[in-house]
Write a protein that binds this ligand. Sequence first.
Ligand SMILES: [Zn+2]
Length: 309
Amino acid sequence: MQLSLFDLHCDTASEMLATGQCLRDNRLAVSLKKAEVFTHYVQVMAYWTDRRLDDEQGWQRFFEILENLRNDPAVLDGSAVISTACPPHEHPPTLILAVEDARIVAGKLERIDLLYQNGVRILTPLWYGETCIGGSHNTSVGLTDFGKAALRRAAEFGMLLDISHASYASASEIFELSEELHRPVIASHSNAYDICPVSRNLRREQIDAVLRSGGVIGINLYQGFLKENAQACAADTLTHIEYFLEAGAENALCLGCDMDGCTLPEDIPDVASLPHLAELMLAHNYSETLIRALFYDNAYRFASIHLCG
Ligand SMILES: [Zn+2]
């Protein structure tokens, strides 16, 4: 079965700079070479803010990572494009920029404008703890007044707001804001809390709210979000997929693999091995249409409507 891939989350751009590796071929989980198994390839590249950096250092690092990506040989020679096109390009492999942990705006609203101007189209506002934006998944705190203003500004630009890593209270306020602005909410890399009860996964009512908003959900391959306190393999993904499908997510369920940012199942060590998940799904009588929807079609259709050009 020939597949395309539209992955809603990876931390590869940060790892490329940290380890001095390039996009075309590398020892990371994501590379253009490994993605050659797919007909079309769209990858959301998130800038992840290292906790050891303060907000200002994180802001500087964002531009270092962006410059490194823009100057990558494969980007310079057009083998891959960093794009804000809507609908996304299907050729060549396309990278969409995201920022994970928006604390780097450090209380300065105009930095939201700069992120947008530099091509960021997906904002995962929280990551860990309490920041100038608000409370993350390991807290019970909601958005700060600045966080509400910053996210409103981001959404008004057309950036997509992502509840992955948000506290329950912050996510509820993101849903309220998005409803007011008639914007969808996404969960780029989170699984089902009822299957694996960790704070990073989605409660049933949050899944329902994402679906009501017209958003999408990316299945995260991190072992710790697939299975609580145990090693997880590709088959454990199916339990989450089944749960999301029962919740009515067949047109919203995507992959947000979190590669180069987490411990992957041993039987899906990198992007080249993702077709193994499709084979497993086929063996469990999932239709080819559904598998293609999960791997590419749902995210592509969503991005074609909601990814701001
Ligand atoms: Zn993350």
